[in-house]
Design a protein around this ligand. Sequence first.
Ligand code: SDX
Length: 435
Amino acid sequence: MTKRTVTLTDNQTGQSVELDVLEPTCGTSTIDISPLYKELGYFTYDPGFVSTASTWSKITYLDGDEGRLEYRGYPIEQLAENSTFLEVCYLILHGELPTEKEFEEYQRLITKHTIPHDQLTKFYSGFRRDAHPMAIMVGVVGALSAFYHDDVDIFNPEHRIISANLLVSKIPTIAAWAYRYTTGKPFMYPQNNLSYAENFLYMMFAMPSENYKPDPLMAKALDLIMILHADHEQNASTSTVRLTGSSEANSFAAVSAGIAALWGPAHGGANEAVINMLREIVDSGQPLEHFVERAKDKDDSFRLMGFGHRVYKNFDPRAKLIRGACHDLLNSGKINQTHQELLDIAMRLEKIALEDEYFKSRNLYPNVDFYSGIIFLAMGIPTNMFTVMFALSRTIGWISQWNEMMSDSKVRIGRPRQLYIGDTTRDYVSIDQRK
Ligand code: SDX
């Protein structure tokens, strides 16, 4: 089959360059612009990477128009229905669903490494008790490189899998301890007889003085939420992990950088921002329409958090699946009055926004963060821990994308260029000459 190309011509000089079109297994054809600067002397300009593919990948495919999301080719709906988060972790990292034997070995490996080096517990006491748990996550996960860095040669495939397993094992413990530290509760240690989701709930809510049994419905809802958040192609935090890893920094430093990027309310911090927004609406006593109008006002920085997505120009398939889990919890009577009020407001806001021309014309639909916060609240997880929950789930995506990048022998340090619009060359003026 002849290779497809596109030709770019400079109308001023008449010079042209022929660029290869790279065909995906599914999705959008991509023009390889790497020869552009050398052949035609131009950079391309695409702030926010709206039309730019930064890499190849085999991990996650999403189609924003069709609202499709697949991990290693498996539709998210089928994984949500039939799989567990830990099995999805194996799939995302290794590329195939595990056999029974492979899964047993993986479960044993992950369970065996859930307790971090004991010295790591000392890091928490360096933080103020009112530190945001995401600040603790950035610090403690970055500190892992001081404990396991020597065992991990980033160019050794086995070592890369070791660091991936270490992170998947330890991240729930590190996350739960961030909550325990900021609430003055003693650290609870993982229990090897519990599932991944049950173990996290145990480390979050058990007390040494009582018997605690994780609620199966909550554990199931948490497992679903983690599956839905596990990976999402080249979003801001994953791109940060890749860029950090491309300098040959170690995996723990790269994931710590990803956690920092996720923290922003435009990205993973949106689930916390959604609940704060719903609370602001309830406390204001103003009608919902007032807030929808504010979100449309360019002079008002207010945005409807949990709405809109860079890629999904239709319903976020994860929002659909989480919405269902929200209602299951609602009907189970597990959502107490305060949360029910927030959920009612969320549903009314969703209805108004979906009927509003401004939102419809901009394809602004509820995204995954719109509902996840309500489920976290129902679980008794405080708002400032919501983005930590996102980081807990996305760690497998980050480390698998990092592993994929490091497995490519042609990987180079990421170093974008720029459109310089600053001052042209000028001479130094001594301070006594300056006006
Ligand atoms: C996540 O990338 C990923 O995959 C992310 C994620 C993942 O799994 O990793 O899916 C997780 O980050 C989900 C998104 C969570 N963020 C929020 O819910 C914050 C609120 N949403 C917006 O900040 C915004 O929609 C973004 C950041 C999500 C997307 O920003 P874009 O693609 O840069 O879109 P834009 O800002 O250019 O908006 C296009 C138009 C603008 O209006 P016009 O200039 O065309 O007149 O839509 C408007 C925006 O003003 N708009 C909104 C809006 N989001 C966009 N108006 C009101 N409320 C909003 N939420």
